[in-house]
Design a binder for this molecule. Sequence first.
Ligand SMILES: Cc1ncc(COP(=O)(O)O)c(C=O)c1O
Length: 394
Amino acid sequence: MISTNIKAKLAGGSAIRKMFEEGNRRKAIYGEDNVYDFSIGNPDLEPPKEVSEALLQLASNPTPGMHGYMSNSGYESTRALIAKKRGDESGLTIGPDAVCMTVGAAAALNDVMHSLLDPGDEVIVLAPYFMEYNNYIENHNGKVVIVQTGDDFMPDIEAIRKAVTPKTKAVIINTPNNPSGVIYPESVLKDLNDMLATLDHVVHVISDEPYIDLVYDGGSVPSVLKYIDNLIICFSWSKSLSLAGERIGYTLVSPRNADYEDLTAAIVLCNRTLGSVNAPAIWQKVIEKSIYAKVDVANYEHRRDLLYSNIVDAGFDAVKPSGALYIFMKTPSGLSDTEFQDICAEENLLLVPGAGFSRSGYMRLAFCVSESSIINSRKAFYAIAEKLNIPHRA
Ligand SMILES: Cc1ncc(COP(=O)(O)O)c(C=O)c1O
């Protein structure tokens, strides 16, 4: 007999997974080219050449012990490089002990939750948000507290303050954001920090950063280290270097965090006891050699532009994303998300309802799909708009 908790989670399933399976079913019937599946955000660019060069170099110059156990926090040489990079960006002095190498951001977030939470402790998430946070929080007996962002998807600082209770341990921020694509400006980070500083207990900010290098229109992501005091970063190279299957990331505790000593020790312990033991050895070494490399961000930007034009030219509304891999379009008024989803599916256009991110009235489309699929989908957007009597804009 499996646990009742997991049994309930199995019954719930995942909205994104369900759409993914529906996509495969439709592709088998209508053909690969005639189904426009924007449901899943699997980064589809190849890693930059620095990654394969580093792998080749490591494989052809093996060193004794390179496949063995190491400190649970990872190689000091890798951690020192990350600490330097994040220190240079923020102007803070950061040592290698601030960093713990992890099995991607997912493991980083689990390590942090396990480190922070007593049963019933609360973590604030800002909707729309990546729904796996629910699992990462509940895995460690925490309680998810959802606070909606504004129409521009920016955090509502007053609403966050009102949601804080004596049990609140942390707020998760994710900028650039999945699913909205917004980047929080400096002023928002500063306001959040100022508000948290007025509370009578420490509430940590967990900055989940898998999309930090996927920024468009020449923009940049303000340094959370500069503006947030009680900060814990959860980073991943799943998107920055297209290494999602390799599982490599890190946690970084800000030297300004009030619980720095306890937290850095706790995260390393949890990395071990939750079963990662340490992050993959080879990938830590690859990161050392490709830490300043990135995937071809212009390629994603081009596809974002194409998909965004399809949506708005056909007559629908969306905030143009400044980063990440998704467009969060508005569901046309008068329709529920699932009604709109069904109408879209009739044209073989697959997207994920906003409820999957705790924000109804929107649909998420991932633009990390083939350029031809985006181009070919244009006629489907137009056909749907015509069905709904929505006037085209171009
Ligand atoms: C917002 C967000 N956080 C965390 C993750 C998990 O990333 P990783 O592959 O590093 O575990 C994802 C993956 O899509 C994500 O979108």
